[in-house]
Design a protein around this ligand. Structure first.
Ligand SMILES: [Zn+2]
Length: 151
C-alpha cells in the first residue's frame, strides 16, 4: 500500500475493540466517526456505553465534519519512539461540533514552527495495519468555512 520503499515510522497503535472500532476504522471511508446520543445529540468521546450528559443508552455512530482548530500543542524534540523522529507536533484539536469534543493528535503537513493555537486544520488518515489514525493538517482548500460567521 505504500508508494515508497522508505520504512514508515513506528507508531504505537490502539487496541481495536468493538466499542471503539468505528473510531479507528472510519478513516477507511474518510470519515471521522464518533458515538452520538440519539436522545440528546451529545457527541461522545472516548466511547462509553452511556451518554455522560443524559445517561441515555441509545447511541449511534455518526461522522463529524473532520474540521478542527488547534486548541493547544507542543513540539516534541525527544526521540521517545524508535524511528519516529522528532521534531513532531502533539496537539489537542477542538472540533466545531461540540465545545468539549477534542482529540489528541499530531499536526502534519506543515513545519512544526508553523503551527499556532487557533489554526484551522482538517483530518487526514494514516493507515497502519487496519487502524486509521486521525491526524490533522492545515486547511488548504478554498472551501474553508469562515470562522465566526460570514457576513
Ligand atoms: Zn444523551
Amino acid at each position: 500500500m505504500t508508494d515508497t520503499d522508505a520504512p514508515r515510522p513506528f507508531r504505537v497503535l490502539p487496541a481495536v475493540v468493538p466499542e471503539n472500532e468505528h473510531f479507528w476504522t472510519g478513516g477507511a471511508e474518510g470519515e471521522l466517526r464518533f458515538l452520538r446520543c440519539t436522545a440528546c445529540r451529545y457527541w461522545i468521546h472516548p466511547p462509553t456505553p452511556v451518554c455522560p450528559r443524559c445517561l441515555g443508552t441509545e447511541l449511534a455512530v455518526e461522522a463529524a465534519s473532520g474540521r478542527a482548530t488547534v486548541f493547544t500543542y507542543t513540539i516534541n524534540w525527544q526521540p521517545w519512539i524508535p524511528t519516529f523522529d522528532p521534531p513532531y507536533v502533539v496537539a489537542i484539536v477542538a472540533l466545531p461540533e461540540q465545545e468539549d469534543l477534542r482529540l489528541t493528535t499530531n499536526i502534519v503537513g506543515c513545519e512544526p514552527d508553523d503551527v499556532f493555537i487557533g489554526m484551522d486544520v482538517e483530518v487526514e488518515f494514516l493507515e497502519y495495519d487496519g487502524v486509521w489514525l486521525p491526524l490533522f493538517a492545515p486547511v488548504t482548500s478554498s472551501t474553508a468555512p469562515t470562522a465566526g460567521g460570514a457576513p
